[in-house]
Design a protein around this ligand. Structure first.
Ligand SMILES: [Zn+2]
Length: 396
């Protein structure tokens, strides 16, 4: 953030300077134009007349003045270059361009990793609706046909959701309402507000046609809100309240928020979330998740650049796929439970899984092997003496 404000400060300087030069130049040009116009007027008044000495003097003065002013402008302009190039220097000074400490290019020497990377990029393109780019990438990257097909299939349901989402934003609610009626049981079990929010939009859409649409709006409400009244009583009352303001226009009433664009944005977001959830797919593509999570992790990793480059850390990183520091990610980027060993304070991973002792306490396998002495293991918590063989692996 500091880096951004430093660059912004420099940019402000350029803009101020530029505005100053521009305002000054406009004044100079105006003056030059009016001088030239005056001279032109002399000729227009009497095309046959010869110039008097005085007039010749005026023309000379005007030409000299204009020339020197224009030179002034061009030197101002040259000076501006210095200020502009300073912005570049500030960017270089404040932003990191070398990320080698935080990257592992050896990852891309592994064929399966390259496949994975191509796969998630293709998935991202499918999600953006750029099917042709995704297919081109898949064919150029020579992924096996079975994998390409698998990606295509998995993204097809997302593509359908995406199209409906786009339709909502374009204020066409029909596809979304069709979808809702198809999955109404699933939505009800998740206590979703989507159905109500979509019907509310239709109701407001009808009312936007004015007083003459009142009857239609009321019959729409009778038909579609009756089974939603238990959960959305207050909201439905509000909707009925809008009817009183129809003659003056709902935009001029306390209910004007119901006509705002936010209602559409909110409904489209809820649709995307609920539909993805119902189909068991993530609403974000793997690529965007990785990029966003990476952006959260980068500043912390760059601040310990020297540590990251040390051999010890490289070893840990390569062997365990584990970063040397904890990175706090937002809840939306957490996909599975994690377990940290209470003895060794390490997060468990495939080669060092959590183990449940006979007494019920859970520790990591590394801790378990350090605490096991022959046939005996003393739990560091209870402290029950037991056989190490009684411990069981725990899978999350
Ligand atoms: Zn115990």
């Amino acid at each position: 953030m500091d880096a951004c404000s430093a660059v912004e400060k420099e940019l402000d300087r350029v803009v101020t300077k530029f505005t100053g030069i521009r305002d000054h130049a406009i004044k100079v040009f105006d003056l030059a134009f009016s001088d030239v116009e005056n001279i032109r007027q002399i000729f227009l008044d009497d095309p046959e007349a010869k110039l008097t000495e005085n007039q010749v003097e005026i023309i000379k003065t005007v030409l000299n003045r204009t020339k020197s002013k224009l030179q002034g402008i061009s030197s101002d302009h040259r000076e501006l270059h210095g200020t502009v190039s300073k912005v570049g220097k500030v960017i270089d000074r404040n932003f990191v361009s070398d990320f080698s400490a935080t990257t592992r290019t050896d990852f891309l020497q592994d064929k399966s990793n390259v496949e994975l990377l191509n796969k998630i990029i293709a998935q991202h393109y499918y999600r953006q609706g750029m099917d042709d780019v995704a297919q081109e990438l898949l064919s150029e990257s020579e992924l096996p046909q079975s994998i390409s097909q698998e990606i295509f299939e998995s993204e097809r349901s997302y593509a359908t959701i995406y199209k409906i989402w786009e339709a909502i934003l374009a204020r066409n609610l029909e596809p979304a309402l069709d979808w809702v009626s198809q999955y109404s049981n699933e939505l009800k079990s998740k206590n979703s507000s989507l159905e109500f929010k979509l019907h509310r939009l239709v109701f407001m859409q009808i009312l936007s046609r004015g007083v003459e649409a009142q009857g239609e709006a009321i019959s729409y409400a009778r038909k579609n809100f009756s089974n939603l009244i238990d959960r959305f009583e207050k909201e439905i009352q509000n909707l009925m309240g809008t009817l009183i303001y129809l003659p003056v226009g709902i935009e001029n009433s306390p209910y004007k928020h119901l006509t705002s664009q936010d209602m559409w944005t909110e409904a489209s977001y809820i649709f995307l979330k609920d539909a993805c959830n119902t189909h068991g797919i993530n609403k974000d593509s793997p690529l965007s998740i990785v990029v966003n999570a990476g952006c959260t992790a980068l500043p912390a990793l760059l601040s310990i650049k020297q540590v990251m480059l040390s051999r010890k850390v490289l070893g840990v990183w390569k062997q365990r796929d584990e970063l040397p520091i904890d990175i706090e990610l937002d809840a939306e980027y957490r996909y599975h439970s994690i377990f940290a060993c209470p003895i060794l304070r390490q997060q468990t991973f495939e080669d060092n899984p959590p183990m449940k002792l006979a007494c019920g306490h859970v520790i990591s396998r590394n801790a378990w092997s350090q605490l096991s002495h022959g046939p005996m293991l003393k739990c560091p918590y209870c402290p029950l003496e037991q056989s190490p063989d009684e411990a069981k692996y725990i899978y999350f």
